[in-house]
Design a protein around this ligand. Structure first.
Ligand code: PLP
Length: 391
Protein backbone atom coordinates (compact mmCIF):
# COMPACT_ATOMS: atom_id res chain seq x y z
CA UNK A 1 0.00 0.00 0.00
CA UNK A 2 1.22 3.53 -0.79
CA UNK A 3 1.88 5.67 2.30
CA UNK A 4 -1.26 7.39 3.44
CA UNK A 5 -0.96 9.90 6.25
CA UNK A 6 -4.54 9.37 7.33
CA UNK A 7 -4.77 5.57 7.20
CA UNK A 8 -4.99 3.76 10.52
CA UNK A 9 -2.78 0.75 11.20
CA UNK A 10 -5.97 -1.24 10.67
CA UNK A 11 -6.62 0.24 7.23
CA UNK A 12 -2.99 -0.25 6.29
CA UNK A 13 -3.01 -3.89 7.26
CA UNK A 14 -6.08 -4.66 5.11
CA UNK A 15 -5.17 -7.56 2.85
CA UNK A 16 -4.32 -6.42 -0.68
CA UNK A 17 -6.87 -7.82 -3.04
CA UNK A 18 -5.60 -9.74 -6.07
CA UNK A 19 -8.91 -8.72 -7.60
CA UNK A 20 -7.54 -5.18 -8.03
CA UNK A 21 -4.77 -6.68 -10.20
CA UNK A 22 -7.45 -8.51 -12.21
CA UNK A 23 -9.34 -5.25 -12.65
CA UNK A 24 -6.25 -3.67 -14.24
CA UNK A 25 -5.84 -6.70 -16.53
CA UNK A 26 -9.49 -6.42 -17.65
CA UNK A 27 -9.05 -2.69 -18.30
CA UNK A 28 -5.96 -3.41 -20.43
CA UNK A 29 -7.90 -6.00 -22.47
CA UNK A 30 -10.79 -3.55 -22.95
CA UNK A 31 -8.36 -0.85 -24.12
CA UNK A 32 -7.15 -3.31 -26.77
CA UNK A 33 -10.75 -3.67 -27.96
CA UNK A 34 -11.16 -7.28 -26.76
CA UNK A 35 -14.59 -8.59 -25.76
CA UNK A 36 -14.56 -8.88 -21.96
CA UNK A 37 -16.10 -12.11 -20.65
CA UNK A 38 -16.09 -11.58 -16.93
CA UNK A 39 -16.47 -14.87 -15.05
CA UNK A 40 -14.51 -13.58 -12.05
CA UNK A 41 -17.39 -12.15 -9.99
CA UNK A 42 -20.24 -14.10 -8.37
CA UNK A 43 -22.87 -11.57 -9.42
CA UNK A 44 -25.92 -13.51 -10.66
CA UNK A 45 -27.22 -12.46 -14.09
CA UNK A 46 -30.68 -14.02 -13.53
CA UNK A 47 -33.80 -11.98 -12.75
CA UNK A 48 -35.22 -11.50 -9.25
CA UNK A 49 -38.77 -12.84 -8.76
CA UNK A 50 -41.19 -10.47 -10.53
CA UNK A 51 -43.19 -10.19 -7.29
CA UNK A 52 -40.17 -8.55 -5.65
CA UNK A 53 -39.81 -5.91 -8.35
CA UNK A 54 -43.56 -5.16 -8.29
CA UNK A 55 -43.46 -4.71 -4.53
CA UNK A 56 -40.47 -2.38 -4.75
CA UNK A 57 -42.20 -0.26 -7.42
CA UNK A 58 -45.24 0.10 -5.15
CA UNK A 59 -43.05 0.99 -2.17
CA UNK A 60 -41.15 3.68 -4.08
CA UNK A 61 -44.49 5.42 -4.77
CA UNK A 62 -45.51 5.15 -1.12
CA UNK A 63 -44.30 8.04 1.03
CA UNK A 64 -44.72 6.04 4.24
CA UNK A 65 -41.64 3.99 3.27
CA UNK A 66 -39.28 6.96 3.02
CA UNK A 67 -38.24 7.50 6.63
CA UNK A 68 -35.71 5.82 8.92
CA UNK A 69 -36.63 2.23 9.68
CA UNK A 70 -35.93 1.38 13.32
CA UNK A 71 -36.00 -2.16 14.71
CA UNK A 72 -39.78 -2.29 15.20
CA UNK A 73 -40.23 -1.38 11.52
CA UNK A 74 -38.40 -4.60 10.55
CA UNK A 75 -41.05 -6.77 12.23
CA UNK A 76 -42.75 -7.96 9.03
CA UNK A 77 -39.36 -8.86 7.55
CA UNK A 78 -38.29 -10.81 10.64
CA UNK A 79 -41.59 -12.68 10.70
CA UNK A 80 -41.34 -13.67 7.03
CA UNK A 81 -37.67 -14.67 7.38
CA UNK A 82 -38.60 -16.97 10.28
CA UNK A 83 -41.46 -18.50 8.26
CA UNK A 84 -39.19 -18.89 5.19
CA UNK A 85 -36.61 -20.70 7.31
CA UNK A 86 -39.25 -22.92 8.93
CA UNK A 87 -40.63 -23.93 5.52
CA UNK A 88 -37.14 -24.98 4.45
CA UNK A 89 -35.83 -26.68 7.57
CA UNK A 90 -38.87 -27.50 9.65
CA UNK A 91 -37.38 -25.74 12.67
CA UNK A 92 -39.24 -23.05 14.64
CA UNK A 93 -37.53 -19.67 14.84
CA UNK A 94 -38.52 -16.79 17.11
CA UNK A 95 -38.81 -13.70 14.87
CA UNK A 96 -38.40 -11.39 17.90
CA UNK A 97 -35.15 -12.81 19.20
CA UNK A 98 -33.61 -15.08 16.60
CA UNK A 99 -33.76 -13.01 13.38
CA UNK A 100 -32.06 -9.78 12.33
CA UNK A 101 -32.13 -8.07 8.92
CA UNK A 102 -28.73 -7.17 7.44
CA UNK A 103 -27.45 -4.91 4.68
CA UNK A 104 -25.79 -7.86 2.95
CA UNK A 105 -24.22 -10.85 4.60
CA UNK A 106 -20.79 -9.27 4.06
CA UNK A 107 -21.77 -6.31 6.26
CA UNK A 108 -23.46 -8.69 8.68
CA UNK A 109 -20.40 -10.87 9.08
CA UNK A 110 -18.04 -7.94 9.70
CA UNK A 111 -20.38 -6.54 12.35
CA UNK A 112 -20.97 -9.97 13.85
CA UNK A 113 -17.24 -10.32 14.52
CA UNK A 114 -17.25 -6.92 16.26
CA UNK A 115 -20.31 -7.96 18.23
CA UNK A 116 -19.08 -11.30 19.51
CA UNK A 117 -15.28 -11.04 19.83
CA UNK A 118 -12.72 -8.69 21.38
CA UNK A 119 -9.36 -7.65 19.88
CA UNK A 120 -6.78 -10.47 19.94
CA UNK A 121 -9.40 -13.16 20.35
CA UNK A 122 -8.81 -16.25 18.24
CA UNK A 123 -11.00 -17.05 15.23
CA UNK A 124 -11.04 -20.20 13.09
CA UNK A 125 -11.58 -19.51 9.40
CA UNK A 126 -11.36 -21.64 6.26
CA UNK A 127 -8.49 -21.43 3.77
CA UNK A 128 -9.43 -21.00 0.97
CA UNK A 129 -12.35 -18.80 1.95
CA UNK A 130 -14.53 -15.91 0.85
CA UNK A 131 -12.12 -12.92 0.75
CA UNK A 132 -14.33 -10.68 2.92
CA UNK A 133 -13.51 -12.94 5.90
CA UNK A 134 -9.85 -11.88 5.72
CA UNK A 135 -10.76 -8.18 5.81
CA UNK A 136 -13.36 -8.63 8.55
CA UNK A 137 -10.87 -10.30 10.91
CA UNK A 138 -8.47 -7.37 10.41
CA UNK A 139 -11.25 -4.88 11.22
CA UNK A 140 -12.03 -6.81 14.42
CA UNK A 141 -8.31 -7.22 15.27
CA UNK A 142 -8.50 -11.00 15.63
CA UNK A 143 -5.85 -13.72 15.70
CA UNK A 144 -6.52 -16.09 12.85
CA UNK A 145 -6.15 -19.85 12.87
CA UNK A 146 -6.78 -21.30 9.42
CA UNK A 147 -8.70 -24.49 8.81
CA UNK A 148 -7.27 -25.95 5.59
CA UNK A 149 -9.86 -27.02 3.02
CA UNK A 150 -8.15 -29.71 0.97
CA UNK A 151 -9.41 -31.40 -2.17
CA UNK A 152 -8.70 -34.86 -0.71
CA UNK A 153 -11.12 -34.09 2.16
CA UNK A 154 -13.85 -32.77 -0.11
CA UNK A 155 -12.82 -29.24 0.91
CA UNK A 156 -14.22 -29.79 4.42
CA UNK A 157 -12.24 -28.81 7.54
CA UNK A 158 -11.01 -31.64 9.76
CA UNK A 159 -12.13 -30.71 13.26
CA UNK A 160 -10.13 -33.52 14.89
CA UNK A 161 -6.94 -31.98 13.47
CA UNK A 162 -7.52 -28.67 15.27
CA UNK A 163 -5.09 -28.41 18.18
CA UNK A 164 -7.09 -28.72 21.41
CA UNK A 165 -5.43 -25.60 22.93
CA UNK A 166 -6.45 -23.57 19.89
CA UNK A 167 -9.95 -25.02 20.02
CA UNK A 168 -10.29 -24.01 23.69
CA UNK A 169 -9.03 -20.50 22.94
CA UNK A 170 -11.15 -19.90 19.84
CA UNK A 171 -14.20 -17.64 20.22
CA UNK A 172 -15.70 -18.08 16.80
CA UNK A 173 -15.56 -20.36 13.77
CA UNK A 174 -16.75 -19.62 10.23
CA UNK A 175 -17.91 -22.37 7.90
CA UNK A 176 -19.83 -22.00 4.61
CA UNK A 177 -21.49 -24.76 2.53
CA UNK A 178 -22.30 -24.77 -0.37
CA UNK A 179 -18.86 -23.24 -0.43
CA UNK A 180 -17.35 -20.27 -2.17
CA UNK A 181 -14.86 -20.66 -3.82
CA UNK A 182 -14.62 -24.49 -3.87
CA UNK A 183 -18.32 -25.21 -4.63
CA UNK A 184 -18.03 -28.09 -2.13
CA UNK A 185 -21.08 -29.23 -0.18
CA UNK A 186 -21.55 -30.66 3.30
CA UNK A 187 -24.06 -33.17 4.65
CA UNK A 188 -26.09 -33.26 7.85
CA UNK A 189 -23.48 -35.42 9.58
CA UNK A 190 -20.77 -32.83 8.93
CA UNK A 191 -23.01 -30.04 10.23
CA UNK A 192 -23.81 -32.01 13.39
CA UNK A 193 -20.08 -32.62 13.95
CA UNK A 194 -19.39 -28.89 13.52
CA UNK A 195 -22.14 -28.03 16.01
CA UNK A 196 -20.90 -30.60 18.57
CA UNK A 197 -17.28 -29.46 18.20
CA UNK A 198 -18.25 -25.82 18.80
CA UNK A 199 -20.51 -26.82 21.68
CA UNK A 200 -17.71 -28.76 23.40
CA UNK A 201 -15.30 -25.86 22.98
CA UNK A 202 -17.70 -23.00 23.67
CA UNK A 203 -17.24 -21.49 20.21
CA UNK A 204 -19.81 -19.43 18.32
CA UNK A 205 -20.37 -21.25 15.02
CA UNK A 206 -21.12 -18.91 12.11
CA UNK A 207 -22.49 -20.58 9.01
CA UNK A 208 -22.31 -18.23 6.03
CA UNK A 209 -25.16 -19.72 4.00
CA UNK A 210 -25.93 -17.55 0.94
CA UNK A 211 -26.03 -20.49 -1.50
CA UNK A 212 -28.82 -22.34 0.33
CA UNK A 213 -31.01 -22.21 -2.78
CA UNK A 214 -28.37 -22.81 -5.46
CA UNK A 215 -28.46 -26.59 -5.21
CA UNK A 216 -28.69 -29.24 -7.92
CA UNK A 217 -30.56 -32.53 -8.28
CA UNK A 218 -31.62 -34.14 -5.00
CA UNK A 219 -29.02 -32.37 -2.92
CA UNK A 220 -30.46 -30.23 -0.10
CA UNK A 221 -28.03 -27.99 1.76
CA UNK A 222 -28.26 -28.61 5.54
CA UNK A 223 -28.57 -25.87 8.14
CA UNK A 224 -26.60 -25.86 11.42
CA UNK A 225 -29.63 -24.53 13.30
CA UNK A 226 -31.73 -27.63 12.74
CA UNK A 227 -28.97 -29.87 14.19
CA UNK A 228 -29.13 -30.89 17.85
CA UNK A 229 -27.88 -27.91 19.92
CA UNK A 230 -27.56 -25.75 16.78
CA UNK A 231 -29.52 -22.80 18.10
CA UNK A 232 -27.48 -22.81 21.33
CA UNK A 233 -24.19 -21.99 19.61
CA UNK A 234 -24.95 -21.17 15.98
CA UNK A 235 -25.89 -18.32 13.72
CA UNK A 236 -26.54 -18.42 9.97
CA UNK A 237 -26.29 -15.68 7.36
CA UNK A 238 -28.64 -15.76 4.37
CA UNK A 239 -28.70 -13.41 1.39
CA UNK A 240 -31.08 -12.10 -1.24
CA UNK A 241 -27.99 -11.64 -3.47
CA UNK A 242 -27.91 -15.37 -4.24
CA UNK A 243 -31.36 -16.73 -3.32
CA UNK A 244 -33.13 -14.02 -5.36
CA UNK A 245 -30.39 -12.57 -7.62
CA UNK A 246 -30.62 -9.21 -5.85
CA UNK A 247 -26.98 -8.44 -5.07
CA UNK A 248 -27.31 -4.74 -5.81
CA UNK A 249 -30.31 -4.37 -3.48
CA UNK A 250 -28.19 -5.18 -0.38
CA UNK A 251 -30.46 -7.24 1.81
CA UNK A 252 -29.58 -10.26 3.89
CA UNK A 253 -30.63 -11.71 7.25
CA UNK A 254 -29.11 -13.47 10.24
CA UNK A 255 -30.96 -16.28 12.00
CA UNK A 256 -29.64 -17.98 15.09
CA UNK A 257 -28.78 -17.91 18.76
CA UNK A 258 -30.63 -15.09 20.52
CA UNK A 259 -27.55 -13.80 22.43
CA UNK A 260 -25.51 -13.56 19.23
CA UNK A 261 -28.43 -11.82 17.48
CA UNK A 262 -28.83 -9.35 20.39
CA UNK A 263 -25.10 -8.54 20.37
CA UNK A 264 -25.17 -8.00 16.60
CA UNK A 265 -28.17 -5.71 16.97
CA UNK A 266 -26.26 -3.63 19.56
CA UNK A 267 -23.25 -3.14 17.29
CA UNK A 268 -25.34 -2.47 14.19
CA UNK A 269 -27.35 0.21 15.98
CA UNK A 270 -24.14 2.25 16.35
CA UNK A 271 -23.12 1.73 12.72
CA UNK A 272 -26.18 1.67 10.43
CA UNK A 273 -29.91 1.96 10.14
CA UNK A 274 -31.87 -0.87 8.63
CA UNK A 275 -32.25 -1.32 4.88
CA UNK A 276 -34.89 0.79 3.08
CA UNK A 277 -38.35 -0.54 3.89
CA UNK A 278 -39.19 -0.87 0.18
CA UNK A 279 -36.31 -3.32 -0.28
CA UNK A 280 -37.38 -5.25 2.81
CA UNK A 281 -40.86 -5.50 1.30
CA UNK A 282 -39.38 -6.67 -2.03
CA UNK A 283 -37.41 -9.43 -0.30
CA UNK A 284 -40.50 -10.47 1.71
CA UNK A 285 -42.32 -10.83 -1.64
CA UNK A 286 -39.38 -12.84 -2.99
CA UNK A 287 -39.48 -15.17 0.03
CA UNK A 288 -43.20 -15.75 -0.51
CA UNK A 289 -42.90 -16.18 -4.30
CA UNK A 290 -43.36 -19.63 -5.89
CA UNK A 291 -40.53 -22.10 -5.23
CA UNK A 292 -40.71 -23.19 -8.88
CA UNK A 293 -38.71 -20.15 -9.98
CA UNK A 294 -35.97 -20.80 -7.40
CA UNK A 295 -35.74 -24.40 -8.61
CA UNK A 296 -35.73 -23.35 -12.28
CA UNK A 297 -32.97 -20.80 -11.56
CA UNK A 298 -30.85 -23.48 -9.89
CA UNK A 299 -31.39 -25.56 -13.07
CA UNK A 300 -29.99 -22.74 -15.16
CA UNK A 301 -26.78 -22.87 -13.11
CA UNK A 302 -26.74 -26.67 -13.24
CA UNK A 303 -26.97 -26.64 -17.06
CA UNK A 304 -24.19 -24.05 -17.27
CA UNK A 305 -22.10 -26.20 -14.92
CA UNK A 306 -22.55 -29.23 -17.20
CA UNK A 307 -21.68 -27.28 -20.30
CA UNK A 308 -18.57 -25.63 -18.85
CA UNK A 309 -17.18 -28.69 -17.05
CA UNK A 310 -17.76 -31.01 -20.04
CA UNK A 311 -16.04 -28.58 -22.41
CA UNK A 312 -13.09 -27.99 -20.07
CA UNK A 313 -12.67 -31.71 -19.38
CA UNK A 314 -12.54 -32.30 -23.14
CA UNK A 315 -9.33 -30.29 -23.16
CA UNK A 316 -6.63 -30.09 -20.49
CA UNK A 317 -8.69 -29.79 -17.31
CA UNK A 318 -9.88 -32.40 -14.84
CA UNK A 319 -12.86 -31.09 -12.91
CA UNK A 320 -15.57 -32.85 -10.90
CA UNK A 321 -19.07 -31.47 -11.25
CA UNK A 322 -20.14 -29.68 -8.06
CA UNK A 323 -23.56 -30.36 -6.48
CA UNK A 324 -24.30 -26.73 -5.73
CA UNK A 325 -23.33 -23.03 -5.97
CA UNK A 326 -22.66 -20.86 -9.01
CA UNK A 327 -18.96 -21.70 -9.27
CA UNK A 328 -16.50 -24.14 -10.78
CA UNK A 329 -13.29 -24.51 -8.78
CA UNK A 330 -10.71 -25.86 -11.16
CA UNK A 331 -7.17 -27.05 -10.57
CA UNK A 332 -4.94 -25.49 -13.24
CA UNK A 333 -3.85 -27.85 -16.00
CA UNK A 334 -0.57 -29.75 -15.50
CA UNK A 335 2.52 -27.56 -15.56
CA UNK A 336 0.69 -24.44 -14.40
CA UNK A 337 0.62 -23.45 -10.75
CA UNK A 338 0.61 -19.66 -10.42
CA UNK A 339 -3.07 -18.71 -10.44
CA UNK A 340 -2.53 -14.94 -10.52
CA UNK A 341 -0.08 -15.09 -13.46
CA UNK A 342 -2.43 -17.43 -15.31
CA UNK A 343 -5.56 -15.31 -14.73
CA UNK A 344 -3.82 -11.99 -15.46
CA UNK A 345 -2.24 -13.23 -18.71
CA UNK A 346 -5.48 -14.91 -19.77
CA UNK A 347 -7.45 -11.71 -19.18
CA UNK A 348 -4.91 -9.49 -20.95
CA UNK A 349 -4.61 -11.82 -23.95
CA UNK A 350 -8.21 -13.00 -24.42
CA UNK A 351 -10.51 -10.75 -22.36
CA UNK A 352 -11.71 -13.80 -20.35
CA UNK A 353 -11.55 -13.00 -16.66
CA UNK A 354 -11.44 -15.73 -13.99
CA UNK A 355 -10.83 -15.38 -10.25
CA UNK A 356 -7.29 -16.53 -9.34
CA UNK A 357 -7.39 -19.05 -6.48
CA UNK A 358 -4.69 -17.16 -4.57
CA UNK A 359 -7.23 -14.41 -3.96
CA UNK A 360 -9.10 -16.80 -1.65
CA UNK A 361 -6.11 -17.63 0.52
CA UNK A 362 -2.82 -19.48 0.41
CA UNK A 363 -4.47 -22.85 -0.17
CA UNK A 364 -6.34 -21.46 -3.15
CA UNK A 365 -3.08 -21.29 -5.09
CA UNK A 366 -3.01 -23.60 -8.11
CA UNK A 367 -6.76 -23.15 -8.75
CA UNK A 368 -9.00 -20.72 -10.59
CA UNK A 369 -12.69 -20.06 -9.99
CA UNK A 370 -15.19 -19.74 -12.82
CA UNK A 371 -18.46 -17.95 -11.94
CA UNK A 372 -21.27 -19.32 -14.11
CA UNK A 373 -22.80 -15.90 -14.58
CA UNK A 374 -23.11 -15.74 -18.38
CA UNK A 375 -25.32 -17.42 -20.97
CA UNK A 376 -24.25 -20.79 -22.48
CA UNK A 377 -23.07 -19.31 -25.80
CA UNK A 378 -20.81 -16.86 -23.94
CA UNK A 379 -19.43 -19.66 -21.74
CA UNK A 380 -18.67 -21.66 -24.91
CA UNK A 381 -16.83 -18.70 -26.38
CA UNK A 382 -14.88 -18.29 -23.14
CA UNK A 383 -13.73 -21.94 -23.20
CA UNK A 384 -12.69 -21.64 -26.87
CA UNK A 385 -10.59 -18.61 -26.00
CA UNK A 386 -9.06 -20.37 -22.97
CA UNK A 387 -8.15 -23.39 -25.12
CA UNK A 388 -6.55 -21.16 -27.74
CA UNK A 389 -4.62 -19.37 -24.99
CA UNK A 390 -3.38 -22.67 -23.52
CA UNK A 391 -2.32 -23.92 -26.96
C1 PLP B 1 -19.73 -17.01 0.92
C2 PLP B 1 -20.24 -15.63 0.68
N1 PLP B 1 -20.62 -14.89 1.73
C3 PLP B 1 -21.09 -13.65 1.56
C4 PLP B 1 -21.22 -13.08 0.32
C5 PLP B 1 -21.72 -11.68 0.20
O1 PLP B 1 -23.08 -11.65 0.07
P1 PLP B 1 -23.94 -10.33 0.27
O2 PLP B 1 -24.22 -9.82 -1.09
O3 PLP B 1 -25.14 -10.78 1.01
O4 PLP B 1 -23.11 -9.37 1.08
C6 PLP B 1 -20.85 -13.81 -0.81
C7 PLP B 1 -20.93 -13.21 -2.14
O5 PLP B 1 -20.43 -13.71 -3.13
C8 PLP B 1 -20.34 -15.12 -0.62
O6 PLP B 1 -19.96 -15.88 -1.65
Amino acid sequence: METNKFASARAQSMPNSVFAVMDDAKAEAADKGLEIIDLSLGSSDLNPPKEAIEELKKAVADKSTYGYCLHSCTRAFRQEAAAWYERKFDTKINPKKEVLPLIGSQEGLANLLLATTDPNDTILIPDPGYPAYFGAVVVAGLKVEYMPLLQENGFLPEFDKIDSKIAKKAKLMIISYPNNPTAAVADNKFMQTAVSFCHDNNILLVHDFPYVDMVFGNYKAPSILSQKGGLEIGIELFSSSKSFHMGGFRMAWAIGNSDAIAALKQIKSAIDFNQYLGIQKAVIAAMKSPQEKTIADAHVYQDRRDLLVDMLNDSLWQIEKPKASMYIWAKLPKGLNNSVDFAVNLAKTTGVSLAPGRGFGQRGEGYVRFALVREPEVLKRAVDKINEFLD
